[in-house]
Unconditional design. Sequence first.
Length: 267
Amino acid sequence: MKVIDPHIHMVSRTTDDYLKMTISGIQTVCEPAFWAGYDRGTAASFRDYFQQLTVVEPARAARFGIKHYCWIGLNSKESEDLALADEVLSFLPEFLDRPTVLGIGEVGLNKNSRNEIAVLEKHLEIAVARNELILIHTPHLEDKHKGTRIIMDMIRSEPRIDPARVLIDHAEEHTIGEIKDNGFWFGMTLYPNSKGSPERAIDAVEIFGTERLCINSSADWSVSDPLSTLKCANEMRRRGHPEAAINQVFYENPKSFLSQCPKFQAA
């Protein structure tokens, strides 16, 4: 089967991972800009990182027959320094214009702080001005429900943003219903400890259905698995779901959302 992983951090992975993915059917990946495990100290560090996402990583992926796309933005964990944030946001358009960039992401909230909200507002302004797709990061663990509601309220207050062009990621059982009811796409992440397992993801599929759902690995520099989407597909198969439904969740759904950006073409 073919799988699109709509959220994976390949700058943190090895060439062995690329090989395993391509021979297993994961031949299209999308990489959001994210936190590197430490706070970057200068705007120049972000510029170099965005260069890696838009030039270096697509070339590395292509060696293994994988199409690599990315999202550009300032992640919420590094949004507390407003002066630094303004400097980084000033050169986002330069990178958003590049041929493998799908939109703004992953941006959102981490601790639901005032500064994080202010920086998210500025990202939304850029998205509106450029008609960009948006990939949203929601807080982990205890702040998720509150943060998700704040984010949705912010987006819904801007009538020029179509919820169908926004994917709210790291959704969980207590946030999925509200996300869907408000017309957004939602992402479920297969990540040990802080996010979810294949079994939990397919439980959610059976409760909430397959509409506007994208399942991702979010594999990065921590304990994670770039093949977890395939393992989740197998869990869906083990429970007796038809192949058409499995293909819908792991290929057609992300293809449908991402194809709203004319730059995107799935392998």
